[in-house]
Design a binder for this molecule. Structure first.
Ligand SMILES: Cc1ncc(COP(=O)(O)O)c(C=O)c1O
Length: 437
């Protein structure tokens, strides 16, 4: 018997065409393993790890129990002037995964907060070095850095910007890296020269005015734009030569998505700051973090000229390092390590990417890209940009597959615990749906 649809009058859904949703609500009421279940009990394969959040799959008892136990023991403590043991333990566990020397961890609650925090850390760092003219930020077209006014200024998605003004005025954008090469899995051979955009910006605005360059190592929300070979390395060189901090926004790529803990390690390029969020607690609790190179922390905190009783950094959130989130992060990292899930992601990647590229013969598919356990599929737009992508995600839901779409791009990012059978099913449902579109 079909379950009753709840009253839809009050919840305003984010990043959703609400009127259309009310016409055709797409609800999940339960999740287990790699499946969601609709209120009437139909299984839908989770082809996007929730929203890149849940690589371990859903309903893991060990994480739920860790949160439950934590809430009974210590449900809340402020992180201002107070803390609790699990905050330090969670930070240490994160620092053990980040590249060597990036060992200081500031906790927040969302990717957007992590990005805004990283922007403030960059400004505080330069100010502490006596270079307070460095207030400008460089990012990229087609970037997504969340929805805070800082993150919107960095973002390169017109719909996220056009209603809200410039946000921070001092943000300039390099070109994106989605180039002429189509249907390429892994790093494109051409396009590293696009990193020279950063040099042009330095030459135009002056290095002494630029605080940081923010990039997603793989631009995730716009459909997994994999960096061309040598591109990130060149950005690193230009930043180092000009005293600019390099920030990798690893909100999607962090925690194994590229086959290593961070994309920084997969691509062999070390930034100064890494933002992370989604998979840090397997999606169980809201949490994000900014991991900072020791030298940046030292400049702001240890070398502070202020009295020891004074804050070194005037920033933080009520729920920074929430005990339940810390417990969830520790339990999640335990599972990543015990079950060697980053290695599993690396091993499953070839099978997944082969499946994905096999869809290239479908007439409406105009490009497919991928790296690690994530990939993007572009479909030809109708007269209305984004309409076909929107229909695609609705039809996939009806046909038993959950993915994310942005405009006319579908994004698949399966849980690392999927089997080859699950991947086959995912590709089969995608083929059937794309062919009928
Ligand atoms: C790279 C990147 N940065 C920041 C964000 C914002 O994260 P949140 O939605 O948790 O604020 C996202 C979200 O998708 C993201 O992909």
């Amino acid at each position: 018997m079909a379950a009753a649809t709840p009253k839809l009058d009050h919840h305003w859904l984010p990043f959703t065409p609400n009127r259309d949703f009310h016409d055709e609500p797409k609800l999940f009421s339960r999740a287990e393993g790699v499946h969601y279940y609709t209120p009437d009990g139909r299984a839908v394969l989770d082809g996007c790890s929730g929203l890149f959040t849940s690589p371990i799959g859903h309903g893991r008892k060990d994480i739920a129990e860790a949160v439950y136990k934590q809430l009974l023991e210590l449900d809340f403590v402020s992180s201002f002037q107070r803390s609790h043991p699990k905050a330090f333990e969670a930070a240490e566990r994160v620092a053990n995964l980040t590249p060597e020397g990036i060992d200081k961890v500031f906790f927040c609650n969302s990717g957007s907060e992590a990005v805004d925090t990283a922007m403030k850390i960059a400004m505080a760092y330069h100010r502490a070095r006596g270079q307070s003219s460095r207030t400008m930020f460089v990012s990229r077209e087609r970037a997504y850095h969340g929805v805070g006014f800082g993150g919107v200024a960095l973002s390169g998605l017109v719909n996220n910007r056009r209603t809200f003004g410039p946000g921070l005025p001092n943000a300039v954008h390099m070109r994106h890296t989605h180039g002429a090469e189509r249907f390429v899995m892994g790093e494109p051979e051409t396009g590293a020269d696009l990193a020279e955009d950063l040099l042009r910006i330095v030459q135009l605005h002056g290095a002494e005015n630029i605080a940081a360059c923010f990039v997603e190592p793989i631009a995730g929300s716009t459909g997994m734009l994999v960096p061309p070979k040598g591109y990130l390395k060149r950005l690193r060189e230009i930043c180092s030569a000009n005293g600019i901090l390099l920030v990798f926004d690893e909100v999607i790529t962090g925690f194994g998505r590229t086959g290593k803990a961070f994309a920084s390690q997969s691509f062999g390029v070390k930034p100064d700051i890494i933002t992370m969020a989604k998979a840090i607690t397997n999606g169980v609790q809201p949490m994000s973090a900014v991991a900072v190179d020791n030298s940046v922390y030292k400049t702001i905190v240890e070398d502070s000229p202020n009295p020891r009783a004074a804050n070194e950094f005037f920033h933080g959130y009520t729920w920074s390092a929430h005990p339940a989130a810390c417990a969830a992060a520790i339990a999640t990292i335990d599972i990543y390590e015990k079950e060697r899930l980053f290695e599993r992601a690396s091993q499953m990647s070839a099978y997944f990417l082969e499946g994905l590229i096999s869809l290239k013969d479908i007439p409406i598919v105009t490009d497919i890209r991928g790296y690690g356990m994530a990939g993007g599929i572009d479909v030809a737009p109708t007269q209305i940009p984004g309409e076909r992508g929107h229909i695609l995600q609705k039809k996939l839901y009806d046909n038993g597959l959950h993915i994310k779409t942005t405009g006319d791009t579908g994004i698949l990012a399966p849980p690392f615990v999927m089997t080859t059978d699950h991947i086959d099913q995912m590709i089969e449902i995608s083929r059937k749906t794309l062919t009928a579109l």
